[in-house]
Write a protein that binds this ligand. Structure first.
Ligand code: AMP
Ligand code: MG
Length: 395
């Protein structure tokens, strides 16, 4: 199955199961969350015209080359009276422009005479150095649509409009399951045949960054009865995300349990790493089974599970920013699956980690992004490849 088709199906499922509840949080708590309702401005921003410079405010029509007396001094935070005709006002950055003034000249272009009057040394123009009322936003304007992910910039913008709290989408509850008899958690001695569970930490940390409520459901042995029991115990999750146990040739306990108690689709994705992916329901709870090799887990989570989860939280545009760069490597053997190589940018060219095995997570720690090589393609240096920065998908 092509990646686009799998993504389309997952997003269609997500659209049918949006998170319904919202909560009102302080700006401090809303970081990383999804805005639940349109943020409409209840202010003009700036609320009044103000000076962009330290200098002098005047009415342009009063300036004929004769020095002007200074009739008032206006600092940021003050509310000035109207400008007296034939005078100018000392004004500072951010201070309201007094009624009647239509020009601010910076102090560097003003000579203060001994008698205190001010002469301007450069030509003046209407509205110069004035930040007009409402230049950023007007009352009633849509500033951030519902479904916007809130980060420092959006929170800063909400603060500039006077909001102390925002309505956000409640966190999605995601249960993380690691399947495999060989897995043990770090901190314990490694027995024969065992490996440490890396996917659990990878996914739990990643999900927390995405603004999910994580149920860490630990390690699940390769055993049908235990699989049934564990899935049953996760009935209040809104998504069960498991890794491992979906490779071809292995007894697929997750698949059997899903078939018995719900429904199952097993997709052979035309991507590498990350070929097998399970999507189904267990007693009504959506289940995504990612392949177990850590680099496969990473790629399928980044390209499929992440957009699915964001869409359930109401985010419309879930595609990560990506761009084309010249390849700084040779790709001589065309594959029948689309490759997502772990690579980085070297002087603007994509270079790849030498070992692209799906079991090697270190490739991704070295990398800055995923380098997409389309199916059937070979590459010589300088050919264009798509680059998806990891920073785009890790949040
Ligand atoms: P599986 O899909 O269960 O056949 O797993 C494929 C490969 O990924 C095997 O080498 C597993 O040992 C490895 N693997 C599965 N789950 C994990 C995990 N949670 N952490 C690290 N490696 C894993
Ligand atoms: Mg396994």
């Amino acid at each position: 199955m092509p990646l686009e088709q799998a993504l389309e199906r997952l997003l269609a499922m997500a659209d049918q199961a949006p998170v319904q509840h919202t909560e009102r949080l302080s700006l401090a708590q809303a970081d990383g969350r999804v805005l639940a309702v349109d943020l409409v401005s209840t202010l003009d921003l700036p609320p009044w015209s103000n000076s962009a410079m330290d200098g002098y405010a005047l009415r342009l029509a009063d300036w004929h080359g004769e020095p002007l007396p200074v009739s008032q001094r206006i600092q940021a935070g003050q509310a000035p009276g109207p400008l007296a005709a034939g005078t100018c006002a000392r004004i500072f950055t951010g201070a309201p422009v007094p009624a009647g003034a239509d020009c601010v000249e910076m102090q560097e272009n003003a000579d203060v005479l001994d008698d205190g009057r001010v002469r301007f040394t450069e030509p003046l123009s209407l509205n110069q150095n004035i930040r007009p009322q409402g230049q950023e936003t007007r009352i009633g304007e849509l500033v951030l649509p519902a479904g916007t992910r809130l980060g420092p910039i959006e929170l800063g913008l909400a603060a500039s409009l006077g909001h102390a709290e925002l309505d956000v989408v409640r966190k999605v509850r995601v249960a993380v399951l690691s399947t495999g008899d060989e897995l043990i958690d770090p901190g314990q001695p490694l027995g024969p045949g065992q490996i440490y569970n890396s996917n659990r930490r990878l996914l739990v940390s990643w999900l927390q960054r995405l603004g999910c409520e994580v149920i860490d459901a630990g390690i699940l042995p390769d055993d049908l009865e235990q699989t049934r029991q564990r899935l049953t115990a996760l009935g209040d999750a809104e998504l069960i995300l498991s890794t491992g146990g979906v490779s071809v040739g292995e007894a697929d306990f997750l698949g059997i349990a899903l078939r018995e108690e719900g429904e199952l689709a097993l997709w052979k994705l035309a991507i590498k790493p990350g070929k097998p992916l399970t999507f189904g329901h267990f007693r009504g709870v959506p289940v995504i089974g990612l392949p177990g090799n850590p680099a496969s887990t990473l790629v399928t989570f980044a390209l499929l599970a992440r957009p699915y989860l964001l869409r359930r939280m109401g985010v419309a545009d879930v595609a990560p920013l990506a761009f084309d760069v010249p390849a700084g490597f040779v790709w001589s053997k065309a594959g029948n699956r689309r490759e997502y190589l772990r690579g980085r940018l070297d002087n603007g060219r994509a270079v790849i980690y030498p070992n692209q095995s799906s079991g090697v997570l270190r490739s991704a720690a070295w990398a800055e992004g995923l380098v997409e090589v389309l199916e059937g393609r070979t590459l010589v240096e300088g050919d264009r490849v798509r680059f998806i920065p990891l920073s785009e998908v890790l949040c």
